[in-house]
Design a protein around this ligand. Structure first.
Ligand code: SF4
Ligand code: SF4
Length: 433
């Protein structure tokens, strides 16, 4: 009973803190602009393809398989964690065993996946510490980013070790009963079956408590670290952009203006809509909630930056940095915006975090969006920030300003009058006549 009371208290505190953190993020999301979701069925297919079947990750087969083991392992082990919590509250053991065959399959898979995840985590650790992979570095990758990654890997490592020990000791305490339930745990458990039941029970309890406390710590660290993608990656893939990547979305407010010019009757409709606050994106609250979710989902893996032609050729632009900057800016400004919607700290995402040099270095090739394992769309944010520069500040590079002036005066990007447009064909016309 004492164990149950302590557990319930810890459970309430942990979920209370988690609810506070998630509420804060939800309020930040509400500060951003709307985003429409259409074609739910196609979004679900994309989610299964990219998130659950990990198709993008498998482009590099060996490491891809290891990532997939970690993801699938987490999905399966989540079931075991849920059962641990129910056990902790109820005081029973194996509370979900009434699920019968499905339960057995999940527990057997959990025992196997605990080992696979452990091996994968060791490989990831070794790769970070010894191999100095280029995509893990960059101007945006501060010491804290590396610490954050190593800390999360350490927590997962301890989670898997304690889970494996729980399985081994469970078998050692009940060898006849759990032989099939722990296919790997039973192999190691054979070495301990002769130990006293009291000693086995103590070993099990130590691992049980360590495991559950690490779960509580981990779930509360996640919302404040890049590992928030554990929560966010599946929903983010569900919300993936479905159109071809190269297609740039129109600006609804500009489309409306043009419709009004073409058909004044639409004035009535226009008047009912609120005025446009700002064209494009200047600061964190100007992005859509989908773009903000992109920034929260970023794992800082650097795959996007490693294929960015601007970055490869020595430009300042790093698509990973663009996402990290948006997340950092909202973290900085969001709390004050929640108190006062008009709060202005005389800083902005544009220029204070992302420079115009970075923005104009983008070729909009979309290699970053194509490479990102969770379908984050960086070019859309870069494009929206450029739209702000052009439409609100007329601050395009001089080459583009010439093109814009030509479009305005000549109806084409070239510096020739529209009347001269067919001059190139005058000889052809003469021959025909
Ligand atoms: S779209 Fe821009 S940011 Fe993305 S890879 Fe191409 S140049 Fe880099
Ligand atoms: S945006 Fe995607 S590819 Fe780039 S670092 Fe983040 S998760 Fe990795």
């Amino acid at each position: 009973m004492q164990k149950q009371i302590i557990f319930i208290l810890l459970l309430i505190i942990s979920f209370g803190i988690l609810a506070y953190s998630l509420k804060r993020i939800f309020l930040f999301i509400r500060l951003t602009k709307p985003f429409k979701i259409e074609h739910i069925g196609r979004h679900i297919i994309e989610m299964f393809k990219v998130a659950f079947f990990q198709t993008k990750i498998f482009r590099r087969p060996v490491l891809g398989l290891m990532h997939a083991f970690v993801f699938w392992g987490f999905c399966i082990i989540l079931f075991g964690s849920l059962e641990l919590m129910i056990d902790g509250v109820s005081g029973y053991e194996k509370s979900l065993s009434f699920l019968g065959f499905i339960y057995n399959i999940l527990i057997i898979s959990g025992d196997v996946f605990a080992w696979l995840v452990l091996i994968a985590i060791c490989v990831f650790f070794a790769r970070r510490v010894f191999l100095h992979v280029k995509r893990f570095s960059g101007i945006e990758m501060k010491h804290k980013s590396h610490q954050d990654a190593n800390f999360a890997l350490s927590l997962i490592f301890v989670l898997m070790v304690t889970l494996i020990w729980m399985n081994i000791l469970s078998y050692s305490m009940h060898p006849a009963e759990y032989k099939l339930l722990y296919p790997i745990g039973s192999l190691f458990g054979e070495f301990f079956v002769t130990l006293s039941p009291a000693l086995l029970k103590t070993g099990f309890e130590i691992n049980w408590w360590t495991h559950i406390i690490i779960i509580f710590v981990f779930m509360n660290v996640l919302p404040y670290s890049k590992h928030f993608h554990v929560f966010m990656s599946v929903p983010n893939v569900f919300l993936s952009r479905l159109e071809p990547l190269g297609k740039l979305p129109n600006m609804d407010n500009i489309t409306k203006e043009i419709k009004i010019m073409m058909n004044p009757d639409t004035y009535v409709e226009a008047d009912q809509n609120p005025p446009v606050e700002r064209f494009g994106v200047k600061d964190a609250e100007d992005v859509t909630w989908k773009t903000y979710l992109d920034s929260l989902s970023c794992t800082e893996c650097g795959r996007c930056t490693s294929v960015c032609p601007a970055n490869i050729t020595g430009k300042k632009l790093s698509p990973r940095k663009v996402m990290m900057d948006l997340r950092a800016r909202m973290k900085e400004k969001g709390p004050s915006l929640l108190k006062d919607k008009l709060y202005d700290d005389k800083k902005s995402l544009l220029r204070d975090y992302i420079t115009t040099e970075e923005l104009w270095a983008c070729t909009t090739c979309n290699a970053c969006a194509k490479e990102c394992p969770i379908n984050i769309n960086h070019p859309i944010l870069i494009m929206e920030m450029r739209r702000y520069l052009v439409m609100e500040e007329s601050a395009a590079p001089s080459g583009l300003n010439t093109i814009f002036a030509n479009i305005e005066n000549n109806g084409a990007p070239w510096q020739f009058s529209p009347e001269d447009r067919l001059l190139w064909a005058k000889d052809i016309v003469r021959i025909r006549t």
